[in-house]
Write a protein that binds this ligand. Sequence first.
Ligand SMILES: NC(=O)c1ccc[n+]([C@@H]2O[C@H](COP(=O)([O-])OP(=O)(O)OC[C@H]3O[C@@H](n4cnc5c(N)ncnc54)[C@H](OP(=O)(O)O)[C@@H]3O)[C@@H](O)[C@H]2O)c1
Length: 219
Amino acid sequence: MKIAILGGTGNEGFGLGYRWAAAGHEIIIGSRKTEKGEGAAVDMKAKLPEGKISGTNNLAATQQAELVVLSVPYWAQEGTLESVKEALAGKLLITVVAPTGEKAARVHRLESGLSAAEEAQNQLAGITRVVAAFQNIGAHHLLDLEHQLDCDVLVCGDKKADKQVAMQLCQDAGLNGVNAGSLQNARAVEEMTAVLIAINIIHKKKSAGIRITGLSAEG
Ligand SMILES: NC(=O)c1ccc[n+]([C@@H]2O[C@H](COP(=O)([O-])OP(=O)(O)OC[C@H]3O[C@@H](n4cnc5c(N)ncnc54)[C@H](OP(=O)(O)O)[C@@H]3O)[C@@H](O)[C@H]2O)c1
């Protein structure tokens, strides 16, 4: 697929993009600044010369893509989406945004009472659909393709077909996607990120993750 990553210059979007490029997807790194997006693409291409990778600004990236991934800090979500809104029409948006408060290791509840993913969906009502995924996947090991990521990805959304697209992208990134229900469930998934940050700090680790048990055939 042709995938735009808005904020793909940051660790999370860059790491996911790298894994998807290695799996054969075409990656367009989006940034507020065209040159910064281009620069990140040069860096990714240096790591993966055979990859189909380019960089530009967020709007051009959205216009060129079939699917768009939102990977900016929560406080930049609304403005970023506003800037690409029209170009998003009919293109599935996968958001990795996990809102954090002043203390990243403590659960931060949004004033709206919604998840960031639901807020994005409300903003994009009538334009496109939103799926939440990868909130609990730390960026730390994404650039090491040999590293087996020992965790599941909870995928939340209101349409099964959309979640299947996201779960395929989990697989392509070397991860196991688990259909975790409606977009509303992203509230718990986003909040779990703070818990994982706390666990990392307490145990002096960098990649605590979650694993869902009881889903195997024997289970
Ligand atoms: N890092 C992780 O381990 C991790 C794990 C799970 C989930 N997440 C989530 O993934 C998202 C991205 O994480 P990250 O660590 O990659 O974040 P980041 O490095 O702080 O930001 C990603 C990109 O967002 C853009 N950005 C930053 N501030 C902005 C602003 N005020 N307005 C508009 N754009 C802005 C920047 O791109 P340009 O300057 O190029 O525009 C930046 O490179 C976050 O929502 C985070 O909660 C991260």
